[in-house]
Design a protein around this ligand. Structure first.
Ligand code: GLY
Length: 347
């Protein structure tokens, strides 16, 4: 079967790779090339028990996290290169009494759900991560969480997909939905510009800082209410992220950088003196219910959606790829698809 994938972010690349792994002939179209939209500003945090803000999102995220080990291993093997991917946990931190109470409530929810975790006081959190500020009064450790280096993972997906025959073309997205072959619309915020049935996603800008350290100041992802920090193996740290409703404006701003540095310094003071390697900017594709749009169009035969992943595109990439490949190639609907149906938006 021939399939066209519109969009070469992490979702489009993962979908294309999975389709091609199962024998489809896939062409990926993106005028800007792979990983140039929301993906380039992702810190790659894999944390459904922090970012799963609704039952449905939590279910999708936890399910996708369960596929991560095997999906990354397959992609790395097919690409012939390792992917930076660590499941060293997240430490969510509180810097006020209200935040500490919220962490205690989150710990109760995890206990009820049978999810491994530890609720720590400030000193115990600092024993785990000595770079944390004295203002940290509590921490919640979730060992199964982690991160993947999103840009490197996307490059590996492209290499793995190309080895399986996928062709990447820098063509316009404008009319792909009128193709005679099945089309998967996976263009993130730009899915709202694909006729004749644009997806109702709007761009929410995220700015992310890449800071350089000689030695890694942290050993795991640290998540505060106003900033998160992701330590990479090379010692650098990603600090995220702003959340700005400014349309299709992908520029970095001085205000965004200053604000992020202040927020991150409150959690880990060493951030203040670190050299800034770059500012990454991307547009998260948000839907009104903050859930992705995944599945077959109810109005156009041969059109499928895999878009609107908002803050969780990297986390949801493996599950999205598996669900879309099942659907497009075998007409099989996984149960999780019911949580993301396009027809809830009349698509
Ligand atoms: N998932 C983190 C963010 O969107 O900033």
């Amino acid at each position: 079967m021939n399939v066209i994938v519109a969009g070469a972010g992490i979702i489009g690349c993962a979908v294309a790779y999975e389709l091609a792994s199962r024998g489809a002939r896939v062409r990926v179209i993106d005028p800007r090339g792979p990983g140039q939209g929301a993906t380039r500003a992702s810190a790659g945090v894999l944390a459904p028990y922090i970012e799963g803000h609704s039952d449905a999102l939590l279910k999708l995220g936890a399910c996708s996290l369960g596929y991560y080990d095997s999906f990354v291993a397959r992609v790395a093997a097919d690409a012939g290169r390792p992917v930076e991917y660590r499941r060293a946990g997240t430490l969510e931190v509180a810097c006020s009494d209200a935040e500490a109470s919220e962490l205690a409530r989150a710990a109760e929810r995890l206990s009820r759900a049978g999810v491994a975790h530890s609720l720590l006081d400030g000193d115990a959190a600092r024993r785990l991560e000595p770079a944390l500020s004295r203002a940290v009064s509590a921490g919640l450790l979730v060992p199964q969480h982690g991160y993947v280096a999103a840009t490197a993972f996307t490059s590996a997906l492209v290499a793995a997909a190309e080895r399986r025959g996928v062709v990447f073309a820098a063509d316009s997205l404008a009319r792909v939905a009128q193709s005679a072959d099945p089309v998967v619309i996976a263009a993130g915020s730009w899915s709202s510009r694909i006729a004749p049935s644009p997806a109702p996603v709007r761009p929410i800008r995220g700015q992310l800082l890449h800071l350089v350290f000689d030695h890694p100041p942290l050993t795991r992802v640290v998540w505060g209410s106003r900033a998160y920090l992701v330590p990479w193996e090379d010692g650098s740290v990603l600090v995220g992220a702003t959340s700005e409703d400014v349309g299709f404006d992908e520029r970095a701003t001085e205000e965004g950088v200053t604000d992020l540095l202040a927020r991150a310094t409150a959690v880990a003071p060493a951030v203040a003196g670190a050299p800034l390697r770059e500012v990454r900017v991307g547009l998260r594709p948000a839907t009104s219910d903050e859930l992705p749009i995944i599945g077959a169009s109810s109005t156009m035969r041969g059109v499928y959606y895999a878009t609107g992943h908002y803050r969780n595109g990297v986390l949801l990439a493996p599950l999205t790829a598996l669900m879309v490949a099942d659907l497009v190639l075998d007409g099989r609907e996984r149960a999780e698809l019911a949580l993301a149906r396009p027809d809830r938006f009349g698509l």
